[in-house]
Design a protein around this ligand. Structure first.
Ligand SMILES: C[S@@+](CC[C@H](N)C(=O)[O-])C[C@H]1O[C@@H](n2cnc3c(N)ncnc32)[C@H](O)[C@@H]1O
Length: 243
């Protein structure tokens, strides 16, 4: 369980560079492709995440950070629910530009900054809530990612990782795998203009640790009360852990 391994990338640095470049290429069409390819389910998955962390999000004085915030859809959902600003970070400039535009268009107050989730430029114990939606799978080193999340959380702070997973039902998994291997790269490639990005997606999900394995790694990193819930038949999984 090291981290993502895009084809051709050997070192962690190469993997990270490939990921950053790929998101830079799809940034302009990312939201459209996301909503269409997931049949809008992505909105529901983020809403469910927000609902699960609401007790921390709405507590007075909470500081929340959405890592790998991309174009900001989870960030916006968090601010809308809280009625107050949250922080967002990502290492891909074009994705962050899109997030900043959406924040400003909606008259929201959240702030974003450019940073690698494996080296978050904030002091230890700075946040009560750290979230990451569909970004964790792309990290070049999962253990480092978990360590960073734990480091920046305050004691009793909560981490939430929303990520694609493998459906446990073999029949449903077969259907889903057919869709993600055959339909997704073609439609996603046409929509975004970047076929490799949408060929990488099912490949990265296939290589990503199982929900049980990620939960085990979270415990090993030092998170307590670790739990996960499969959503939409296990296409995605929401992992929660406390510091
Ligand atoms: C699939 S997008 C998800 C964006 C957003 N969270 C959402 O729910 O739509 C993944 C994001 O993770 C970011 N990312 C991947 N690896 C990263 C890293 N090491 N540090 C910061 N951001 C990273 C990418 O730049 C991209 O914007």
């Amino acid at each position: 369980m090291k981290g993502t391994t895009p084809t051709g990338a050997v070192t962690e640095r190469e993997a990270a560079e490939w990921v950053r470049g790929m998101f830079g290429r799809v940034a302009r069409r990312y939201d459209l492709a996301n909503h269409l390819l997931s049949f809008n389910l992505d909105r529901y998955w983020r809403a469910r995440t927000v609902a699960r962390v609401r007790h921390v999000l709405r507590a007075p004085g909470t500081r929340a950070l959405d890592l790998c915030c991309g174009t900001g859809d989870l960030l916006l959902a968090l601010e809308a629910d809280r009625g107050g600003a949250v922080w967002g970070s990502d290492f891909c400039h074009p994705m962050l530009t899109s997030a900043a535009q959406k924040i400003s268009r909606r008259g929201f107050r959240s702030r974003v900054f450019e940073a690698d989730a494996l080296e978050i430029p904030v002091r230890d114990a700075s946040f009560d809530l750290v979230t990451v939606a569909f970004g964790f799978r792309n990290l070049a080193n999962y253990r480092k990612g978990l360590n960073e999340m734990l480091r920046v959380l305050r004691p009793r702070g909560v981490a939430a990782i929303l990520e694609f997973s493998q459906p446990p039902n073999p029949l449903f998994a077969g259907l889903y795998n057919f869709y993600s291997r055959n339909v997704l790269p073609v439609v996603g490639g046409a929509l975004s203009g970047s076929k490799d990005a949408y060929a990488y997606l099912p490949e990265s999900v296939r290589k990503f640790p199982s929900a049980e394995e990620l939960a085990r790694q979270m415990r090993e990193t030092g998170f307590s009360t670790v739990a996960f819930e499969r959503i939409t038949g296990g296409i995605v999984c929401l992992h929660l852990g406390e510091k």
